[in-house]
Design a protein. Sequence first.
Length: 674
Amino acid sequence: MCGLSRYPLPCILVIALLALRSTSCQTCAQLEGQSPIPAPTSTLIFKSKPTTFGGRGCAPVLAEGPFWLLFLNVATGPFFPDRTANLKRSHYREKKIPLLRPEDYYSRDAARVAKSLTIRKKYAYATTMAINRVQRFWDRLLYKQVTGEKLDDIVGEQISEFILGPLTDEYNLDLSVKSKPTMSVEDLLSILHYHWCLDTSPVPHERYTVQLPLLMLMTAYTSSRPGALIESGCARGSNDALRYRDVVLRVIPNPEQPDRHVLVMEVTLMYMKGKRNKSQPTTYIFHERDDNLALCAISHFLALALADQAFEAQGINSSNDIFQIAVPPYRNSLQLRWKPDILDVPVFRRTIRTAQGIRVSPDRALPYDVFNQYLQRLGRNAGLEDPLTPYCIRRGTANAVDDVATAAERNQVLGHSRADIFERYYISQKVKWDVQSTYLGCPARDSVIRAVGMMSLTQDPRVPKDLADEQKAAIEQDPYLVELNRQRQDLVSAMKLESGSVSKAQGTDLHAQHRALEKTIQSERRLLRRQAREETREHFFATIDTIEIEHQLLGLSVADHLKIKDASEVQFAFVERARLAQSLFQSLGSCVNEKHDHSHRVQAISDWTSLCHLQGVSYRKNACGLIKEEPDLMNSDTYPLICPPTQCLFCLGNDQLAYKARNYSFSRPQKAYA
């Protein structure tokens, strides 16, 4: 390995594979009395996408040279199998793929390291490779890609031994097992409660506040991967996501109470893994929830549809109009159809910057990285110890379905082709059965086992959500960051000396270097802060149990930063958020009378619809809170006739801002016209 240490890991794996295969073929040829295949004499040429190891599409593919023919003869004989269908690529993935030799890989990676200035602990952090990533790369090696067949089992065992042995020792691969928590319905309800009642994290637009819980609910009720509902990270730019044409909303008589009509929703997922753009869609059925509106996906969806004005029938302007629709006796259902121009519009959409401020894009789907970013932030703020990802919800649904469905039904729900996929990757790491009681012959304590298996078992909302000022100041004293700031100051001095100011130096090499260095400083600062936050969270969860026990046994007083925040102290900038926080988690059983009054549900959907039209605000310490005696949002046509000279006219005319934000005034008139 000494001679190969300067080559990237993909090249080492390929060379090891080919060496093993060549040795095996020569041995077989000698046993059969044939002359062994001559060793290759030309240089190997690899064809690979210009991506770093571990990224998508990084598996090298042999492209040219006499060894190409040798490889095919060894693998499948002289004929190349027809894999035209598997080689088709979408239009957004078509790229020119350069030919790279092993030394080219080394030069390219060295240039990247020098360009990004990734040294010391940042480089060590970035180059920590997990053993499962190496194994996944081996699963996608060029042999299977070229021939369409897997290698012999003995060759695979030899490669696995090589990965777990010399390769692990030389590259210090991470052998730790990553936890795979499962989110139960209790965990989901806890997260939704925090989202609606306690979370004041800023969002660019309040539509995200409605889209995020609906995505969580639809993921839980369909067990789908995120790419089936929003734009997948594997298909960036495709705009492939759930569209209005994929959703059918119907009014049907309630089979249990024929005099009452209910809403049902059929959601057809066209972009499931392995079935994307194929005629094998899966349809899931949703129905109304009367026990808790926070768990009702139909109510959330109605708010988005009303905000988009998606209904074709005239007269549907609010949720109250929808609940007044009745099915005639001669019909079994009535479908609420969509406008023709809304059929191809994604249901979940991202935000864009406009001259009027942050607005919801009319046609661009929400990307996965945005959803995952806000979901993980929600889990951290809610106090979960493990990262909250969409797959936590999917695994929770998979384990819930496994308790009541057959293997074939479970495969249909999860979109699996084989039953062993669930057993290998989705089954809960914690045993769901009371084995102790089973062995002792006692009644099973299922509630205890279920409580211990919840993801929120170690949840603590007091976990630090941000770094303290002292921690931020300590990060600024990091030696590498100090050196970068010194280089930036030198560039600023050089630009002032040459051009007079930084703004006048635009277009020069010094200004370009300054911009690149600014990005490097920001990236380094974000990395250091993220590492500090992770260390702070780990320290909190490692010590909080001991602190709690000592407080109880020794009678110590609780520190101020460890006190539970009262929900009544939370203030929102929008009255809609305050109403939802007070009413969402009330049981509807006591609110629905004999005439099936929908006032509670109508009010919640109306508040969600209003939020979809409001621009997000920042909940800073001095930000405006909710004034209880203040009327609802100021109408867009109510403007003061005479404005003070410090009044911001742009804020006043923005009807998607909060009431106080629209009345923003500058400290001096000069700033208003600067």
